[in-house]
Design a protein around this ligand. Structure first.
Ligand code: C2E
Ligand code: MG
Ligand code: MG
Ligand code: MG
Length: 278
């Protein structure tokens, strides 16, 4: 009886593992064809100027419309793309598509709005990044001032001098750089001085409990003070309540992003957020 039960358990364990491995393999192989099959799409989330509560820019967020499954968020597949290197072509597609979208809005007579595109560590290391960006700027004709890249602290800290060189080249193209998820990586505050960065985004981990936690309020106040004295702009992520918003606005945080204002929306809906040019 025991042997039988153990056998059954082993068998169940084995099939569970097999199923997990199979679905992981399936996920990876369908991701491999997703780009060619046009299954990726961009969503856009407003970043608000806290002074006016009006749109300042849009963050570009990748989604995968997986056949038979529906819309899949980046947390489910970016790590896989990052691991197998597909993030390089997919990331390049994101930059190109974002620039094309910006130009489409321009042709529709909508007010120009800066787009903030996320760059992953692996993309950032790839030697083809700078030439690809240059190519995309030429092909689409976008004003580089309408483009911004978000890079996490962790990505920045990984590759010392090379990082500085790449940031310098991107900056020289007239594209702005910001630090994403600030406060959660291995911060060496020295890099804020060395890198040509214009903006920091306070990670939503510090915003979530802002109304309850004096510690989080102190951390956020310190980040805002630091940004002010280094003349960096500061964005708070994950602003979900009027309480968050009031604390941030009164605390001198210039920009805010979160569900309070809007979820990320598809391009067609994002156009509604943009005003027509007079
Ligand atoms: P992120 O760059 O920090 O983007 C912000 C994430 O927070 C987004 O999740 C957004 O939907 C979510 N968010 C916004 N407001 C709120 C809020 O009020 N409450 C909560 N709980 N969440 C909020 P999303 O779209 O799932 O993206 C997750 C991460 O995936 C991004 O974090 C970014 O690191 C990465 N990612 C997204 N698109 C791309 C891309 O095109 N390329 C690369 N390399 N990474 C991307
Ligand atoms: Mg981001
Ligand atoms: Mg972020
Ligand atoms: Mg994040």
């Amino acid at each position: 009886y025991h042997a039988k039960a153990a056998g059954r358990n082993n068998y169940q364990f084995f099939t569970q593992k097999m199923n997990a491995a199979a679905s992981c393999f399936e996920l990876e192989s369908s991701l491999r064809s997703a780009l060619a099959h046009n299954e990726f799409e961009l969503h856009f989330q407003p970043i608000i100027d806290t002074g006016t509560r009006r749109l300042h820019s849009l963050e570009v967020l990748l989604r995968w419309r997986r056949p038979g499954v529906g819309l899949v968020g980046p947390d489910k597949f970016i790590p896989i793309l990052e691991e197998n290197g597909l993030i390089v072509p997919v990331g390049e597609w994101v930059i190109r598509r974002a620039c094309e979208q910006s130009m489409e809005w321009k042709r529709q007579g909508l007010k120009p709005v800066p787009l903030a595109v996320n760059l992953s560590p692996r993309q950032f290391m790839h030697s083809g990044l700078v030439p690809a960006i240059r190519r995309i700027l030429i092909d689409t004709g976008i004003d580089p001032a309408l483009l911004e890249f978000e890079i996490t602290e962790t990505a920045l800290m990984q590759h010392g001098e090379q990082t500085l060189d790449i940031l310098g080249q991107i900056n020289a193209m007239g594209i702005r750089l910001s630090i994403d998820d600030f406060g959660t990586g291995y911060s060496s505050l020295a890099y804020l001085k060395r890198f040509p960065v214009k903006k920091i985004k306070i990670d939503r981990a510090f915003i979530k409990d802002l109304e309850r936690s004096a510690e989080d309020r102190a951390i956020v106040a310190a980040i805002i003070a630091l940004s002010d004295s280094l003349q960096l702009s500061v964005v708070a992520e994950g602003v979900e309540t009027e309480g968050h918003y009031a604390l941030l606005r009164n605390g001198g945080c210039q920009f805010a992003q979160g569900y309070l204002f809007s979820q990320p929306v598809p391009g067609a809906n994002a156009a509604n957020l943009l005003e027509r040019l007079p």
